[in-house]
Design a protein around this ligand. Structure first.
Ligand code: PBG
Length: 336
């Protein structure tokens, strides 16, 4: 480590200098980083300064499922390790399942509504769209589930930031009848007004960790770890732990679109976790859906067990064309 890096690593929770929160410059990233910064300052009195970090994902126009979502994350993680920022806020669903050496997820703040949302012309719901209506979405998981609904929709892969995607339906250049995107993203940039239907997880099971944030810092900064942990929400962390454990276990044996949604609720004998998981072929003709319950303390085991059961039922045989065009299983988490 250089002298400069060593010096950069000094500021932490024990000083009163502003904490440097590294963020992508997109409207969504700025919004969620700003919200976490405000929450931390309100909670601790510590000022937080946003530091913009440009990622390879922001510079490229290639489809996200080809880039891999990791490209949005690695520049932030490099800045954390180098000490040019103190902490970062990620959309949890964009994090690769492999752990990042030297880094620690200090908090999972209370999760937003994890469901997907439809934004359609003329206030329409999915069921009201005419056969052949064009629906845009970037995620293989959504494409697969839209096909599985059997509504004869014309599903179009799209990408771009949230405003770009909304513009495909609402703007002067609108060319689609509808788009599907995460409700949480719309909520964070204050655009839930555009939603014409919030999709029931029975027909559109969300991505693992959708709607959750990961607040990450260096593992060797215990004061900051402790400070950021004040933002942690235990039920949200348990839900995300179950969903991500399922995803990580499936990655080893399957490269089909995966969906997972855990709900934590108070039961008669304490909190209960209810995890649903699904693997769907990209054309929607084959799918396996399962669920499991348990206690939040066993979240990781529940996720692993559900994935094992999905694999036993043939999850690995539900392969889409993406399995044959050079994308290995390590790309699996990039379906969002
Ligand atoms: N795929 C990109 C992405 N990463 C995080 C969100 C916002 C939702 C979230 O924080 O989970 C989105 C937009 C979307 O999926 O529509």
């Amino acid at each position: 480590m250089s002298e400069r890096q060593r010096a950069n690593r000094q500021p932490s929770a024990v000083t009163s200098a502003p904490l440097r929160l590294g963020t992508r410059g997109s409207k969504l990233a700025m919004a969620q980083s700003g919200q976490v910064a405000d929450a931390l300052t309100a909670r601790t009195g510590r000022p937080v300064e946003l530091v913009e970090v440009v990622t390879a994902g922001d510079r490229s126009n290639a489809p996200v499922h080809r880039l891999g979502v990791g490209v949005f994350v690695s520049a932030l993680r490099d800045a954390l390790v180098a000490g040019t920022i103190d902490f970062a806020v990620h959309s949890y669903k964009d994090l690769p399942t492999a752990p990042a050496p030297g880094l620690h997820i200090a908090a999972v703040p209370q999760r937003q509504d994890p469901r997907d949302a439809l934004v359609a012309r003329d206030g329409k719901t999915l069921a009201e769209l005419a056969p052949g209506a064009s629906v845009g979405t970037g995620a293989l998981r959504r494409i697969a589930q839209l096909h599985a609904l059997g509504l004869q929709l014309s599903v179009t892969p799209i990408r771009g930031n949230i405003d770009t995607r909304l513009g495909r339906v609402l703007g002067p250049e609108a060319d689609l009848d509808a788009v599907v995107l995460a409700r949480a993203g719309l909520a964070r940039i204050d655009r839930t007004d555009a939603i014409t239907e919030t999709l029931d997880p029975m027909m559109m099971l969300p991505a693992p960790a959708q709607g959750a944030l990961a607040v990450e810092c260096r593992a060797d900064d215990p004061d900051l770890v402790e400070l950021l942990a004040l933002l942690d929400d235990a039920p949200s962390r348990a839900a995300v732990t179950a969903e991500r454990a399922m995803l990580a276990t499936l990655e080893a044996g399957c490269s089909a679109p995966v969906a997972a949604y855990a709900e934590v609720a108070e039961g008669d004998t304490g909190d209960e976790i209810y995890l649903r998981g699904a693997v769907i072929s990209p054309d929607g003709t084959r799918e396996i859906r399962l669920s499991r319950t348990g206690t939040p303390a066993d979240a990781a085991e529940i996720g692993k067990a559900l994935a094992t059961e999905l694999l036993e039922l043939g999850a690995d045989s539900i392969l889409g064309p993406q399995a044959h065009d050079g994308l290995g299983t390590q790309q699996f988490g990039s379906t969002e």
